[in-house]
Design a protein around this ligand. Structure first.
Ligand SMILES: C[S@@+](CC[C@H](N)C(=O)[O-])C[C@H]1O[C@@H](n2cnc3c(N)ncnc32)[C@H](O)[C@@H]1O
Length: 252
């Protein structure tokens, strides 16, 4: 694959487009006019320090991998096995081409986050970046990740809107207490019935308190928050009794 000329790489990039990830494939950019700039490289630079420098001996799962930017970075950090999942074949085709050009051994598979139970495999690091708000059932996705694939770390990102302050709230409120719901900081999820940013797959956008509460509630302790939207989490004991969760290992 490295024998491809620059012109051949450019032609394949054009044929596989449009691209969401701007990757540099032997000097040819895949999405040079991205509305967020050199994305996701500009974002990665802001939090790459919190990810272990060496992933030697580790297994990594990238859920919603798109064109494979994070999957490839993890392979470059020495991960033994990297599996990238996405629900759209056109993105997987981009990821396979990019990994081939970069000579990186990564498996890419079409699988939805809702189908994680069928993998029957767990991973030292799960990457779940930029997918939560595209889901109609975001908390279910976190529960499935916890139950079926997360063994230790999860690198997580969500678009957030509303207050960016993490509020402190009581463990319980009586039935007549309603003021907390008027606080901007109370965990809130914004439901998008139609479109946001002209994207009909943007369904739920949390505020910061909501993101953090959902992570904790699903059994992920926040170990680092290097960037407003990004969290490094560690799988821990879930805070609720088992009966509170409908998703159990073995049901997938
Ligand atoms: C905004 S992109 C994020 C890509 C990448 N993770 C990143 O952070 O740059 C969202 C990706 O999630 C994928 N996706 C959406 N719903 C999914 C689902 N149910 N299961 C797996 N992937 C999904 C989309 O196809 C898309 O590639």
């Amino acid at each position: 694959m490295n024998a491809l000329s620059t012109e051949e790489i450019r032609q394949r990039i054009d044929a596989l487009g449009p691209w969401f990830h701007n990757l540099d494939l032997h000097g040819v950019p895949t999405a040079p006019s991205h509305f967020l700039g050199d994305y996701p490289q500009v974002k990665w630079r802001r939090f790459s320090d919190v990810v272990p420098k060496s992933l030697k001996g580790k297994k990594v799962l990238d859920i919603g991998c798109n064109a494979g930017f994070y999957a490839m970075e993890m392979k470059r950090r020495g991960a033994d096995r990297v599996l990238g999942l996405d629900s759209r074949d056109e993105y997987l085709a981009q990821a396979r081409f990019a990994a081939e050009v970069n000579d990186l051994d990564i498996e890419f598979r079409n699988l939805s986050v809702y189908e994680l139970g069928s993998l029957r495999e767990s991973f030292d690091l799960v990457i779940f970046m930029g997918v939560l708000y595209h889901l109609r059932h975001p908390l279910l996705a976190l529960d499935l990740i916890y139950e079926h694939v997360a063994r230790d770390l999860m690198l997580f990102q969500s678009m957030q809107r509303g207050s960016d302050r993490a509020g402190k709230f009581d463990q319980d409120y009586n039935f007549w207490s309603t003021d907390q719901f008027d606080s901007d900081e109370f965990p809130k999820m914004h439901f998008i019935e139609h479109r946001y940013a002209d994207d009909p797959t943007n369904w739920w956008i949390p505020n910061r308190s909501c993101t953090e509460a959902m992570l904790r509630s699903a059994g992920f302790a926040i170990a680092a928050h290097p960037e407003s939207e990004v969290y490094l989490c560690r799988r821990c004991k879930r805070p609720h009794p088992d009966e509170a969760y409908v998703v159990r290992r073995g049901e997938g």
